[in-house]
Design a protein around this ligand. Structure first.
Ligand SMILES: Cc1cc2nc3c(=O)[nH]c(=O)nc-3n(C[C@H](O)[C@H](O)[C@H](O)COP(=O)(O)O)c2cc1C
Length: 364
C-alpha cells in the first residue's frame, strides 16, 4: 500500500486534521519528535505574535496503539488555540447570537500576492475570508506533523532529512537576517528568502525515469512548490548549471561508485544515485503588508487598500521545517513504493536485501 496524505482545516477554524494511510505496522512514533517539529515551525525571527499563542501539540485519534502504528490509517489533529477568538466568525454551523469576535465582518479587499482575489473569483465567495482561511499557510502545521512521521519511517532505513536557511531578504548571515527583518518590520514591509533541504543516507535507486510523473526530481519540485509562497525550486546546483560547461557540471564516478562533487543534488535520470539529495526552495516576500498595497473593494468596485491582518514579516526559518517535511514525505513515499511492507520489519528487510544485491555501499 502506498503512502497517502489527506488534510483539512481552516486557519482559524477549530482544528487541522490529517489522515496518513499506507504506514507499515510496527513503527514506533515519538510524540516529542512530532511536537518538536511543530515548535520549530512556529519559531524563528520575524514571525507574528500568533506563533507564541499557538502551542501546537499533535493529538492522535486512530492508527496508533501505545505509540506503535497498527497499519491502519493514522488520524492526526492539531487544535487551533486561536479559534477561541473566532468562535462566531469561524463557526462551522450557523452561529448563534449576535456577531462577535474576530472574523465577524465580511472581507472584501483582497491582498495582492495572496489567494484572496483568485480564490474568491474561482469559488464564488463574497467574503474573501472563505478563500483565505484554507489558503493560509497555517495548514502547513499538519504537514509538518505528517513529515515528522515520514522522517521516523525513513530513520528505519538510515535516511535523515534536514532543512537550513541560505538567505533571508538577500542576506546570508544570521546577523544580516535579523537586521533585514527588523528593517522590513520598521518599514511595515515583508521579506522572502531561500532554504535548502538535504537528505543523507538515501539509497540509490529511489524514483524512476520510466515516466515523467515517476521522476523523483519532479516529485520533489511539486512537493516544494506545493508550499505556500514558494516560487522557485532547484535540485542540486539547479539554475547555476545552465551557465556551466559539461565538464564542470557533472559529478565524476569514483571506483566505489561515489562522487567527490554533488552538483546533481543526488538525482540523475529522476533516480537517486546514492549521494545526498539536495533541494532548494525560494520563498517570495509574504503578501500581507502592514502598509497595504492598492486593491479594489469587491463589493463596491471602489479602489481601496488591501486587507491588513496579523502576519509574519518573514517566515523563512519556518519554511526550513515545512520544506524538510515535504521532502521527507516524498522520500518516504518513494521508499515505501520501492520496499513495500505491511509490517515495518518487511520494509526494513526489503531495503537491506536490495542494498545487498547492489552491494551498497561499495568497497573501493
Ligand atoms: C510557513 C509559512 C508562513 C507564512 N506566513 C504568512 C503570513 O504570516 N502572512 C502572509 O501574508 N503570508 C504568509 N505565508 C504565505 C502565504 O500563505 C501565501 O503567499 C499565500 O497562501 C498565497 O500563495 P502563493 O504565495 O503560493 O501564491 C506563509 C507561508 C509559509 C510557508
Amino acid at each position: 500500500m502506498s503512502l497517502a496524505l489527506v488534510t483539512a482545516g481552516e486557519s482559524h477554524g477549530p482544528a487541522l486534521v490529517a489522515i496518513v494511510s499506507g504506514l507499515p505496522a510496527g513503527l514506533r512514533l515519538d510524540r516529542d519528535a512530532i511536537d518538536g517539529d511543530l515548535r520549530r515551525r512556529r519559531e524563528g525571527y520575524g514571525r507574528s505574535p500568533r506563533q507564541k499563542f499557538e502551542q501546537d501539540e499533535v493529538e492522535v485519534l486512530a492508527g496508533l496503539r501505545h505509540g506503535v502504528t497498527l497499519g491502519s490509517p493514522l488520524a492526526l489533529v492539531i487544535h487551533n488555540k486561536d479559534h477561541a477568538n473566532w468562535v462566531w466568525g469561524m463557526s462551522p454551523w450557523p452561529p448563534e447570537g449576535e456577531p462577535a469576535g474576530k472574523g465577524s465582518s465580511v472581507v472584501t479587499l483582497p491582498r495582492p500576492g495572496h489567494a484572496d482575489l483568485a480564490g474568491a473569483l474561482k469559488f464564488g465567495h463574497d467574503d474573501v475570508r472563505n478563500a483565505l482561511e484554507r489558503a493560509s499557510a497555517r495548514q502547513t502545521a499538519v504537514h509538518v506533523a505528517a513529515g515528522a512521521v515520514a522522517k521516523t519511517l525513513l530513520g528505519e532505513i538510515g535516511v535523515t532529512v534536514a532543512g537550513t536557511v541560505l538567505e533571508i531578504g538577500g542576506e546570508v548571515t544570521k546577523e544580516g537576517w535579523q537586521r533585514a527583518t527588523e528593517a522590513a518590520r520598521a518599514d511595515r514591509d515583508t521579506l522572502g528568502g531561500i532554504v535548502e533541504v538535504r537528505a543523507d543516507g538515501v539509497p540509490p535507486g529511489l524514483g524512476s525515469y520510466a515516466d515523467k510523473s515517476d521522476r523523483l526530481d519532479a516529485r520533489l519540485a511539486a512537493a516544494l512548490m506545493g508550499i505556500q509562497a514558494v516560487k522557485g525550486v532547484e535540485i542540486g546546483e539547479g539554475f547555476a548549471l545552465a551557465d556551466k560547461r559539461g565538464s564542470e557540471a557533472h559529478d565524476e564516478i569514483e571506483p566505489d561508485l561515489c562522487r567527490t562533487t554533488n552538483r546533481a543534488g543526488g538525482i540523475e535520470g529522476g533516480i537517486t544515485n546514492g549521494e545526498p539529495v539536495v533541494a532548494r526552495a525560494a520563498m517570495k516576500p509574504l503578501p500581507t503588508l502592514m502598509r497595504p498595497l492598492r486593491s479594489v473593494d469587491l463589493e463596491s468596485g471602489e479602489p481601496g487598500e488591501a486587507l491588513v491582518e496579523r502576519s509574519d514579516v518573514q517566515a523563512v526559518e519556518a519554511l526550513t521545517v515545512v520544506a524538510e517535511a515535504a521532502v521527507a514525505w516524498e522520500l518516504a513515499r518513494v521508499a515505501k513504493e520501492k520496499f513495500g511492507g505491511d509490517a515495518l520489519v518487511d520494509f526494513v528487510a526489503a531495503n537491506a536485501a536490495y542494498l545487498e544485491r547492489i552491494r551498497w555501499p561499495r568497497k573501493p
